[in-house]
Design a protein around this ligand. Structure first.
Ligand code: 4AD
Ligand code: MG
Length: 471
């Protein structure tokens, strides 16, 4: 097995090492820049063209995969500490230079749209290498955080018959023939209508009501036809659920969890973050001053991880918005009044203009939230909480769950949820029901925050959005 470049660049000079990777460039018939994806840095490979046959030299095209062997020596050039002086080179996979011109492997600046169209190749670029290495570290950190805190990872179903959020934006799963007007659901594969899950929460609750602390982390699907930079039809959600806990425990967990993940990235992904930080600064130079971020990516991450999140009620949020300058000047597109759902323009104002730090909003009107959220004593609001982040908006949505059987039964009726679809959920409220709470973190929203990427399609390897399911 070859050495990985991430290890080689930290090594002292050595007699013989072997590396395998992809040629980023070959210049002056002498210097190969070799990248194997293990880190941002490429390794310099120096060759004496007289020692290699012409096929090998001609095969050293951008994009080609090669194997190299030779001593690791101190580099005379300024860019790197060490380099390989190649004794042996094998071309493993050729790369046709003419066809390469049409691809994003061609070393020049490509638009993010073009990179997206070539999603099969974009991970080979510095930018997407960084993004997807960080995505790995964040997934790992999520499991580590919960494991260290005694949570159990539970695999919740992807095919389900219930719609937790009740927003009706589900993808049907069926084996019934296409184009039939009259559908007999009893003849379908599961003997009833099913769809892809919008959330693993209801099943995670069942786990928490047995194991105490549980979490699920998996793909979720929503057929919302919102072609925005923050929505995907297929996204990953992290959903912890804690028993013997209330809404404040839930917020504490959410705040601690987010800070842990941000600090983990700051600590473990320094090289990739530095690259993304500089890239974002360069990109912003092209924007008018008022559109630029006041803080850089890394500064934003440090700001969030070192400040206490602001906690306010929905009612307070509405009051602030009503009194706000943009409202008085009629700058908001959507009206503000108690009872309406907050739009992203409102969330943006609260986080970026008013408080200038993450904001947690609690106690939303019952009518705009899901059926399972715990009714507050005022009869009008529920113990819901959203965590809003600068540049992102809602990153976490959660609540204390309704643990009282009769109240939950009443809510099911109000929300027109048939009891025979959700009998099992209700039943947990009959046998040792306990106050419990949880939340959902949109994994890609977190990824946007820790990479500074402004389109959610650029933080998931293969995005699914309306009219787009390539790869
Ligand atoms: O607020 P949501 O809809 O909450 C739930 O699904 C609850 N069942 C979670 C729970 O309490 N266990 O979604 C949770 C988070 C949002 O805050 C957002 O970050 C993300 O999921 N999210 C999306 N991310 C990308 N694309 C979409 N279409 C998303 N919809 C929600
Ligand atoms: Mg939400």
């Amino acid at each position: 097995m070859s050495n990985r470049i991430v290890d080689v660049i930290k090594m002292e000079p050595a007699k013989k090492i072997e590396v395998s990777g992809w040629v980023r460039s070959f210049r002056a018939n002498k210097f190969i820049s070799l990248n194997d994806g293990s880190c941002m840095a490429s390794l310099q490979v120096v060759i004496d063209p007289d020692n290699f046959d012409i096929e090998t030299i001609n095969g050293l095209n951008t994009g080609a995969s090669i194997w190299v062997s030779g001593p690791l020596v101190e580099s005379l050039g300024g860019g790197q500490k060490t380099e390989i002086s190649a004794n042996e080179i094998r071309i493993i996979g050729n790369s046709n230079p003419e066809e390469l011109q049409k691809t994003i492997l061609q070393p020049k600046k490509h638009s993010l749209e073009k990179l997206r169209e070539q999603g099969h190749l974009r991970m080979r670029t510095n930018l997407f290498g960084a993004v997807f290495r960080i995505r790995h570290h964040m997934s790992f950190a999520i499991h580590k955080y919960f494991n260290d805190k005694g949570f159990f990872y539970i695999h919740t179903p992807i095919i389900t018959g219930t719609d937790a959020e009740g927003a009706g934006e589900t993808f049907r799963v069926t084996t019934l023939p296409l184009g039939k007007k009259e559908v007999d659901n009893s003849q379908d594969f599961f003997g009833k209508p099913t769809h892809l899950t919008v959330s693993g929460q209801l099943e995670a609750e069942l786990a928490a009501l047995a194991l105490g602390k549980a979490y699920t982390f998996g793909p979720t699907f929503r057929a919302e036809n919102s072609n925005t930079t923050r929505h995907l039809a297929e996204f990953w959600m992290v959903e912890p659920e804690i028993a013997f806990a209330d809404i404040n425990d839930d917020i504490d967990l959410g705040e601690d969890f987010l800070k842990y993940l941000i600090n983990y990235a700051l600590d473990k992904c320094q090289e990739d973050l530095k690259f993304l930080n500089e890239r974002a600064l360069k990109e912003e130079e092209q924007l008018p001053k008022e559109k630029r971020n006041e803080l850089s990516l890394i500064e934003r991450m440090k700001m969030v991880s070192s400040n206490k999140f602001e906690r306010i009620s929905y009612t307070e949020a509405i009051n602030i918005l009503e009194r706000s300058k943009p409202n008085k000047k009629k700058k908001f597109k959507y009206p503000i009044e108690w009872g309406v759902d907050l739009q992203s323009e409102h969330e943006k104002f609260l986080v970026e203009k008013h408080f200038k730090k993450p904001v947690v909003i609690v106690d939303y009107p019952a009518s705009i939230k899901a059926f399972y959220m715990r009714e507050n004593d005022d009869g009008k609001t529920v113990a819901a909480m959203d965590i809003l982040f600068p540049g992102i908006g809602e990153i976490i949505g959660g609540s204390q769950r309704e643990e009282r059987y009769e109240v939950l039964q009443k809510k099911c009726k109000e929300f027109k949820i048939p009891e025979d679809a959700i009998w099992w959920y209700l039943e947990t409220r009959k046998f040792g029901s306990v106050p419990h709470a949880g939340f959902g973190l949109g994994f890609e929203r977190l990824m946007m925050f820790v990479t500074g990427m402004t389109n959610i399609r650029d933080v998931i390897p293969f995005p699914r959005t309306p009219n787009n399911a390539e790869f």
